[in-house]
Every structure is written in structure tokens, then in C-alpha cells.
Design a protein around this ligand. Structure first.
Ligand code: SDX
Length: 430
């Protein structure tokens, strides 16, 4: 038998097939089961994709056992320390770090795409004032394809690049306007004089009646949050974007599908749920009661911000954010009791056999809300912030797939366990 194959044998028929093993740069090898149905007449079965690779990718790598995260080969710790969000956007899209001139040109392009079509302003007026900002994001992002017809040719690389520039640039404007709309406050237009995070803060909290003073600590913390959320292999929302893209839908529709998926509390909605959980715990003395609830198999409550499908070790992003919490709270001379509860909850959970046995550690969402609160972001905007950061990951993964030769529509099969074939019964005989 060839070394780089796996033999699959159907013991019921004794038929065996050999399928190829494919090895990547890092991480476990895979075996290609594309011919299994044709050869054995059986489908593979893996609800939740716990052991299934859906694609080949060169963008991001996670080692869940070691707590490693690489963007285009660069460790997240080094990027968090030495890079910034727009440079990481360039890296994820183009696959390499830019020269100083390339970065300056890229930042200029993004800056000049931050405005949105005036018709989109009116779009907000249709929403209920109390709408969750993620509901507005799903709607407005999907509507971009009704305004930007000139960059919808998905088979044209330049069109894809323009759509990516537009999405990276316009997300902060769309997001800030969702917040302003919910408060009945005037929309602030972006300023070409400001950096990416600064512009967003001014659109969120500035007023046309006065100069807005940017807090550099808040801007730096926000840029770090965007950077840490930029991409994460084939998570649920990225897989949604890929599946939507495989039908050759336009990029704005695909990203809107990703936004909707990210909203779920098991995914990007967890950062909002963490703060709600910490507020419900309210006092460190209540922690053990919540930990017991989280461990109770009959209680659907889970410790929000804990656990991960891939990380069976500390989420490296959580480590970086936790450190940044100290720096930001210290720099802003803030004392957030929820941070103290979070630290205590982490300490207790990481010693508890239930969490140790299941390798449940804090993930990126556990601490990100603490920083966002410290810089004034309201809780219901946390997943919107995640959306701004993840847009570059979604559109880069979409671009990688669309650019592949032989793009096929994603169409999983199933195990049918419903009714056997039966004849229709007329209503007068039922
Ligand atoms: C993100 O995929 C990504 O990369 C996502 C993300 C990204 O950047 O895109 O990293 C962002 O979504 C982070 C995750 C945010 N979600 C949460 O914090 C919500 C709380 N976490 C859980 O819902 C859960 O941990 C998941 C959804 C994150 C992972 O679920 P899995 O991999 O399907 O694991 P599982 O549900 O099969 O759990 C395994 C065991 C179970 O117990 P047993 O049935 O074995 O007895 O661990 C238990 C679970 O009950 N468990 C938890 C728990 N998470 C898992 N028990 C209590 N609290 C938890 N948080």
C-alpha cells in the first residue's frame, strides 16, 4: 500500500479503497474522501465538522493544542505587538507584509472608500429605533450590492479587490451609523484626516457641533481588538461566507450572510453574552453558583467566553486581550468590577476538574468586552466591533476560494432517517 494513502474498508462487503493523504505546511494531514461515495456507495458523516477539513487555505493557521494562531505565517503575538489593523488587512488580502509605500497607498485607498452612497443613509430610516445593531448590519451590508454594481464581477480579480477595499473601508461607517441611529443622534461622516480606529471612534462619539478629541489609549485598544478578530480559519461565519460564495453570489451578499452567522451567542455574539453573564454574577461570591450551572448537563447555561472547537489550550487572543485590559484600565484610571469578577471566574474555572477535563479555556470573547466597556463601546455593539475586524478575514477567504480553479458549489449530503416511501391518502380517507 502506498505510504501516503489511507485504506477504507467496508466490512459488510469486504470492499477496500485507498484514498490519498494530503499534507500541509503545519497541522494534521488530511485524507481526501471525494471518491468514497462513487467507490463505496456511502457518504462520510460528521455533523458540526469536528473532524472535517472543508478546504485548502494559505491564510490563517491555528494549532488548538498549543494555542498558536498565525496570519499568513506570522504569529499573532508579534502582529499584535508590532503591526496594526490596516497593515494586517493588507497582509491577509495580498499574502505578504507591505513596503512603507505600499502601506501608505493602501491606507489612502481605504480612507477614500469610507463614505457610503447617500441612498444608504435613507436605508436606516426603515429600521425600528430599538433594533439590535447587528440586525441593521445584516440588512445594510447586504444592501451594498444594490449600490455598488460596478464591482460585482466575481470572476474579475480587480472587481474582487475593489469590493474588498469598499467593505474594509465602509464597515466602520455603517457600524457607527447603526449606533447613532439607535440613539437618534446625527450621523457623523468619516474624516480623511483620521486613522481607521480614530475615524470609527469619532463617528461613534463625536458631534458636528464640536471638535472630537481622540483618546489615543482607546484608539490603540480598538485597533488591537480589530486586529485580533481579523481571521480565524474556517469558523462558522467564515464557512458561511465560503458556502454562500460557492453559489457565485456577490461579495456583499456573502459577507452579509457571515454577519448573520457571527451574531449567534455560540460564536461572535459571545462577547455581548459574557458581559451580561458577568453582570448577572454581580459579585464574586456568586461565581461558584454559575460554575455549577455551567457544569450541570441538564442546564443549557454555558460559561460564555469559555471553550472553543479548536483551542484546547488558552486562546492566544484571550491572553493578549487580558493583558491589554490591565493596560487600558490602568491608563484610563478605571476600575471595572466586572474585570475582577472575570479574573476570579477564570481562576476558579481553570482549577475545576470539569473544565480541565474538557480543556475549556477562556476564548477571545471572554475579555474583549471588558476593554470595549472601558473605551465606552456599548454592550450591544460588541459583536458589531467583531464584525468590523472579521470582515477582512471573510473577504480574504472568499477571494481565495473564488480565485481557485474549478470552483464547485458547496452541497453537503445527509443521512436520511425520515419516513420510508408511502402513498398519499385522500383527505376523506384519513
Ligand atoms: C468564537 O470557531 C472559531 O474560531 C470561533 C471564534 C472565531 O474567532 O471565529 O474563535 C470566535 O466564536 C469563540 C467562541 C465563543 N463562544 C462562546 O464563548 C460560547 C460558549 N462556548 C460554548 O458554546 C462552546 O465552547 C463552543 C460553541 C465555543 C464550542 O463548542 P463545541 O466545540 O461544539 O464543544 P461542545 O459543545 O461539544 O463541548 C464539549 C463539552 C460538552 O460537555 P460534554 O457533553 O462533553 O459533557 O464541553 C462542554 C460541553 O457541554 N462545554 C462547556 C462550555 N463549552 C463546552 N460547558 C460549560 N461552559 C462552556 N462554555
Amino acid at each position: 500500500m502506498a505510504k501516503d494513502t489511507v485504506t477504507i474498508t467496508d466490512n459488510a462487503t469486504g470492499k477496500s479503497i485507498e484514498v490519498p493523504v494530503l499534507r500541509g505546511t503545519h497541522g494534521p494531514p488530511v485524507f481526501d474522501v471525494g471518491t468514497v461515495y462513487k467507490e463505496l456507495g456511502m457518504f462520510t458523516f460528521d455533523p458540526g465538522f469536528t473532524s472535517t477539513g472543508s478546504c485548502e487555505s494559505t491564510i490563517t493557521f491555528i494549532d488548538g493544542e498549543e494555542g498558536i494562531l498565525l496570519y499568513r505565517g506570522y504569529p499573532i503575538e508579534q502582529l499584535a505587538e508590532q503591526s496594526h489593523f490596516l497593515e494586517v488587512c493588507y497582509l491577509l488580502w495580498y499574502g505578504r507584509l507591505p513596503s512603507a509605500q505600499e502601506l501608505s497607498d493602501f491606507e489612502t485607498i481605504i480612507t477614500h472608500h469610507t463614505m457610503v452612497h447617500e441612498g444608504l443613509r435613507d436605508f436606516y430610516a426603515g429600521f425600528h429605533r430599538g433594533a439590535h445593531p447587528m440586525a441593521i448590519m445584516v440588512g445594510v451590508v447586504g444592501a451594498l450590492s444594490a449600490f455598488y454594481h460596478d464591482s460585482l464581477d466575481i470572476h474579475d480579480h480587480r472587481s474582487r479587490e475593489i469590493s474588498a477595499h469598499r467593505l474594509i473601508a465602509k464597515m466602520p461607517t455603517i457600524a457607527a451609523w447603526a449606533y447613532r441611529y439607535s440613539r437618534g443622534e446625527p450621523f457623523m461622516y468619516p474624516s480623511n484626516k483620521l486613522g481607521y480606529a480614530e475615524n470609527f471612534l469619532r463617528m461613534m462619539f463625536g458631534f458636528p457641533t464640536e471638535e472630537y478629541e481622540i483618546n489615543p489609549v482607546a484608539a490603540k485598544a480598538l485597533d488591537l481588538i480589530f486586529l485580533l478578530h481579523a481571521d480565524h480559519e474556517q469558523n462558522a461565519s467564515t464557512s458561511t461566507v465560503r458556502l454562500a460564495g460557492s453559489s457565485q453570489a456577490n461579495p456583499f451578499a456573502c459577507i452579509s450572510a457571515g454577519v448573520g452567522t457571527l451574531w449567534g451567542p455560540a460564536h461572535g455574539g459571545a462577547n455581548e453574552a459574557v458581559i451580561e453573564m458577568l453582570e448577572e454574577i454581580e459579585d464574586a461570591r456568586n461565581i461558584s453558583k454559575f460554575v455549577a450551572k455551567a457544569k450541570d448537563p441538564n442546564d443549557p447555561f454555558r460559561l460564555m467566553g469559555f471553550g472553543h472547537r479548536v483551542y484546547k489550550h488558552y486562546d492566544p487572543r484571550a491572553k493578549i486581550i487580558r493583558k491589554s485590559c490591565y493596560d487600558v484600565l490602568d491608563a484610563l484610571k478605571l476600575d471595572d468590577p466586572l474585570f475582577d469578577i472575570a479574573l476570579k471566574l477564570e481562576e476558579i474555572a481553570l482549577k475545576d476538574e470539569y473544565f480541565v477535563e474538557r480543556k475549556l479555556y477562556p476564548n477571545v470573547d471572554f475579555y474583549s468586552g471588558i476593554i470595549q466597556r472601558a473605551i465606552g463601546i456599548p454592550t450591544n455593539m460588541f459583536t458589531v466591533i467583531f464584525t468590523i475586524g472579521r470582515t477582512i478575514g471573510w473577504i480574504s477567504q472568499w477571494n481565495e476560494m473564488i480565485g481557485e480553479k474549478g470552483l464547485k458549489i458547496g452541497r453537503p449530503r445527509q443521512l436520511y432517517t425520515g419516513e420510508a416511501t408511502r402513498d398519499y391518502v385522500r383527505i376523506d380517507r384519513r
